[in-house]
Ligand binder design. Sequence first.
Ligand SMILES: Nc1nc2c(c(=O)[nH]1)N[C@H]1C(S)=C(S)[C@@H](COP(=O)(O)OP(=O)(O)OC[C@H]3O[C@@H](n4cnc5c(=O)[nH]c(N)nc54)[C@H](O)[C@@H]3O)O[C@H]1N2
Ligand SMILES: Nc1nc2c(c(=O)[nH]1)N[C@H]1C(S)=C(S)[C@@H](COP(=O)(O)OP(=O)(O)OC[C@H]3O[C@@H](n4cnc5c(=O)[nH]c(N)nc54)[C@H](O)[C@@H]3O)O[C@H]1N2
Ligand code: SF4
Ligand SMILES: [Mo]
Length: 886
Amino acid sequence: MDALPPPASLTRDPPPRAVRTTCPYCGVGCGVLAAPDGRVAGDPDHPANGGRLCSKGTALGETLDLPGRLLHPQVCGRRASWDAALDEVAEGFRRAQAELGRDGVALYVSGQLLTEDYYAANKLAKGFLGTGNIDSNSRLCMASAVAAHKRAFGEDVVPGTYEDLESADLVVLVGSNLAWCHPVLFQRIAAARALRPSMRLVIVDPRRTPSAEGADLHLPIRPGSDVALFNALLAHLDDHGLTDRAYVGAHTQGLDAALAAARADAAGAAARTGLDPGALATFLRWFAETPRTVTLWSQGINQSETGTDGANAIINAHLLTGRIGKPGAGPFSVTGQPNAMGGREVGALGHVLAGHLDWSVPGEAELVRRHWNAPNLATGPGLKAVDLFRALGAGRIGALWVMATNPAVSLPEGETAREAIARAPFLVVSDIMERTDTAELAHVRLPALGWAEKSGTVTNSERVISRQRGFLPAPGEARPDWWIIAQVAARLGWGAEFAWSGPAAIFREHAALTGLGNEGSRAFDISGLAGMSDAEYEAMAPTRWPVPARGPAAPRFFAGGGFPAPGSRARFVPVSHKPREEGDGLLTLLTGRLRDQWHTMTRTGLVPRLMAHAPEPVLAVHPEDAGGLEDGSLARITGHGGASAVLRLRHDPGQRRGTAFAPMHWTAQASPAARVNGTVPPVVDPISAQPALKSARVALSAFTPAWHGFLIARRDLGPAIAEWAAVAVLGEGLWRHELAGVEAPGEAFARLAALVAAEGAEWARLEDPSAGLHRGALLRGDGRVEAVLFLDPHHRLPPRDWLAGLMREGGAAPVSALLAGRPSDGPPPSPTLCVCHGVSQECVRGAIRGGACSLAAVGEATGAGTGCGSCRPEIAALLAAAPVPA
Ligand SMILES: Nc1nc2c(c(=O)[nH]1)N[C@H]1C(S)=C(S)[C@@H](COP(=O)(O)OP(=O)(O)OC[C@H]3O[C@@H](n4cnc5c(=O)[nH]c(N)nc54)[C@H](O)[C@@H]3O)O[C@H]1N2
Ligand SMILES: Nc1nc2c(c(=O)[nH]1)N[C@H]1C(S)=C(S)[C@@H](COP(=O)(O)OP(=O)(O)OC[C@H]3O[C@@H](n4cnc5c(=O)[nH]c(N)nc54)[C@H](O)[C@@H]3O)O[C@H]1N2
Ligand code: SF4
Ligand SMILES: [Mo]
């Protein structure tokens, strides 16, 4: 399989009157040119993307006037003035602290806040409410990487840059589906490989992900055994004379203990990791022989009960070989959210202070106290996410403020967490949407500005600080998150300390803190930006930290040592493989992400183009693990405490035996029964407290309803219309409802048909009650189709796309064709593969059958893959699966 060539067209024409801003989705942090009319393009001058955008970035223009925005403050579900709502919040927090003490309140915030918002929230909690109880959804995401960096380097520092991924000769992706989750980085790697085919790509992931298409080696590792793999590597490197004695001697400590631990795992590594010994040997050899190696990791490592050890095992191999901070070499933790890094910088995690300052370092708390003029600086770390919501459930938190995250969906032990949130004595939610699973439970809802409206900064995975700039007016009464926080602080009596004129003032205060008492002892130093004027802040170009007020700034860290740790030395951390339970007949549930959805779908789930890629919640299992359940049937997974979820089953030979994969995305808004987090136990990494979101053990069983069905209608009927439902927006006023139920099919048909009844329209039906088959099309006098409803005892129903297409166009068709679900002439259309150009899977297959044998040829023939490029791994998979021409 050849490497993926770069997309044909990187940018469209920049929209006129465009503002330079940054994509609000993943931690790649792509620069975006965005115009008020909704046109967006990649910013050709931004160092992260050089003009590229992925499918989510390309569709940003379609998220500007989302239906369902929260436009006014609400108290107990009723519209309230800002004054009344803010008073209510201040009073709720005051009351809770009076009853339960300082730590009787908490903030739960998000890597999707801007740095300025984040800084304000942290200052309010730690400095003024006087509690360490502020944690972030980054606990579910980056905590293990942060802890590993601290253990190894002394500080949470990502040493490398994206350019290293291009100049490397070997890139190893560990527990990262980069092609879908950081698509522009994946495209940069693909483009580099196309120019330099000797560059190798290795994927370490239990499932054959789209990132593995076209890779040189895929290691389908046993879940949770990455420590054993990298321990085997450490021993192999030392045995083969690859220890960089000079680097190790001058800049590190602790090698002997780490090596001893590694050697204990090395023999038998193939058995521990479940890898083919030949493939394992190839990996060890390639790593050994390639000085320019980058090892990039993500949630397959972090979201594990051994996540911190896993990350340190990777870092150990790089320290041993001195391959760190050099062009093309280094360990690289990529961040998930657009501002996960910014949150770490301002310290909005329960266990750190602000500006990478720490309670455990004498004098540092005092620096923060003075900088903030804080009356009640928290005296120590607070509760971390999982414990925080447990404390809420136990009645120890009297007031909780959730900002820019949806914990009712995204926490482990999902059912228990949701109950705790529902029973919270006082819950405040700041969000851009009115109805999220969490906002539905709030006493006070506060409307925040969204991406297109707000202004501030974010820091991406390579330490580049970029501006987000608003280009649309505030919708309704929505306000910036930092403003809301400052208003509450003022009502609690701290107006002077929160009297910022705007985000620039907050940024200056934050930047100044990073320089206090910092004569090079802390790597994170942006004190050189503390003197920026408002105009300079407004014009700020993407800037990589550090930017110290004095002295030079390094683009990369640690090539020459200089670790922010005792003796300036990095630490090898001895780590040992801890086998997980197996062999109980259960599957390991690897939850994760889909290409075109963002987390709990509050934005991407409303964009028809993005819903088209995966309109239903799907559970992938190896065919031999399916226990006889058919591909396309509904399956139940049962896990933690008996909690279960029901999803569409997909046989996937690329899934490692003994594992299953399910998306984390589905919520009560679209498919309540397909929320998977109930099945995930609250197990956390003992060092980082990051939950092991990828190691639930689940039993697979059939979900056997009386009928399966679908309803395409001209409105969203919600998912409560059947025992199992998944609703997807199709665009142009159409919604698709995938359904299954337990009542008699005839009754279900009558009930559902009545829901969509429209005046002047009549049902044409095809019914065979003895067979349980009921089909109907609701037709206008002019033949226009108002709705279609198909019920069948079996899950094999006609494809929906032709019917949806017909309804979208307002066209007519013979009743016989409508009720057959396919045109009278020719085959029904197949699912969309390329979202940018609307090219179907079948069209791509046709081009391949017609002789297109490369991505470029498929692109030439159909246009597929020539837009954002996000579908290129899937085209590559179709190419790879095609029979080789004789
Ligand atoms: N499209 C899209 N992109 C996103 C997001 C999104 O919601 N949608 N979210 C963003 C965020 S916040 C994050 S954190 C990132 C996450 O980005 P990734 O970490 O790349 O995404 P995931 O799908 O969560 O998990 C990655 C892989 O880990 C593998 N895995 C599971 N267990 C193990 C194991 O024990 N060992 C190894 N080696 N691998 C394992 C899974 O099979 C999965 O393919 O994505 C960001 N980008
Ligand atoms: N099973 C399983 N669970 C997981 C994961 C997994 O891999 N598997 N991954 C975990 C990870 S890595 C992450 S990062 C989390 C993500 O999970 P969450 O953070 O819970 O999910 P999001 O949907 O990103 O929630 C963001 C919320 O902020 C709102 N919002 C958007 N912009 C703004 C704004 O400017 N201001 C305000 N106030 N609100 C805004 C959105 O409408 C949305 O409600 O999920 C975690 N949970
Ligand atoms: S890769 Fe896609 S989602 Fe991530 S920042 Fe770039 S455009 Fe946004
Ligand atoms: Mo994340």
